[in-house]
Design a protein around this ligand. Structure first.
Ligand SMILES: N[C@@H](CCC(=O)N[C@@H](CS)C(=O)NCC(=O)O)C(=O)O
Length: 216
């Protein structure tokens, strides 16, 4: 999506709150070495449905990444966390996703989609169903995404990353959802996944991204 400049900022702006989807975007921008400003959106207060926010994202969701205008391009807006991950990857000089034609890219994407479609999407749906009082359906989806997390140990490469030999957006997608549901994961039977999680958590860009929406 691109929108006309509203004349505000010359750095990237990440609009969001302390949720898994927003932390995923923040970690990716950090890992890519992109500087950005945080704009807190008060979800409890309904700010995501305010006029200024809807002007950026008519679907009333966060995260939203605002890319400032340049002489050559208008201001642009990205509204899906995983699209923000791809934007970060494109601007990371190859550090977050291997180049096209490299088999490692395919295996990284395989792991990335395992987490986005089989874990993150089901987690979001389970959350919505639970809120609407459909506890049984929510529990069924929860069992399915926890099983997908169990199964993800076999996606770890010998080098210890999700799907490929290097850190990538697959690790970011996996780490943020696993942290969000961490108390439900059967860690004792997942030693490699547990070691991977500890290693990813120690990365400075991950540590800083995890705190991006903390209010000091
Ligand atoms: N698929 C979207 C999901 C966005 C989403 O559901 N965001 C939640 C917070 S994590 C939100 O904005 N909730 C506020 C609401 O629905 O009112 C993404 O990955 O960005």
């Amino acid at each position: 999506m691109s929108v006309h400049q509203q004349g505000s900022t010359s750095v990237l702006e990440l609009h969001g709150a302390r949720t898994g989807n927003c932390l995923r975007a923040a970690i990716a921008l950090n890992e890519a070495g992109l500087s950005y400003r945080i704009h807190h959106v008060d979800l409890r207060g309904g700010e995501q449905r305010s006029e200024p926010h809807l002007a950026l994202n008519p679907r009333g969701k966060v995260p939203v990444l605002v890319i400032p205008a340049t002489l050559a391009t208008p201001m642009r807006v990205i509204t899906q966390s995983n699209a923000i991950l791809f934007y970060a990857a494109e601007h990371s000089g190859g550090r977050l996703l291997p180049a096209e034609g490299n088999w490692q890219r395919t295996t990284a994407l395989e792991a990335f989609f395992h987490f986005t479609t089989d874990v993150i999407a089901l987690n979001g749906a389970a959350f919505g169903l639970q809120k609407q009082g459909h506890a049984d359906a929510a529990a069924e989806l929860t069992d399915r995404y926890l099983a997908a997390i169990d199964a993800s140990e076999c996606l770890l490469s010998d080098a210890g990353f999700m799907g490929s030999d290097d850190f990538s957006i697959a690790d970011i997608a996996a780490f943020t959802i696993i942290q969000a549901v961490n108390t439900h994961v059967a860690w004792t039977r997942l030693p490699r996944l547990s070691a991977w999680r500890d290693r990813i958590a120690e990365r400075p860009a991950v540590r800083d991204g995890t705190r991006a929406f903390d209010k000091t």
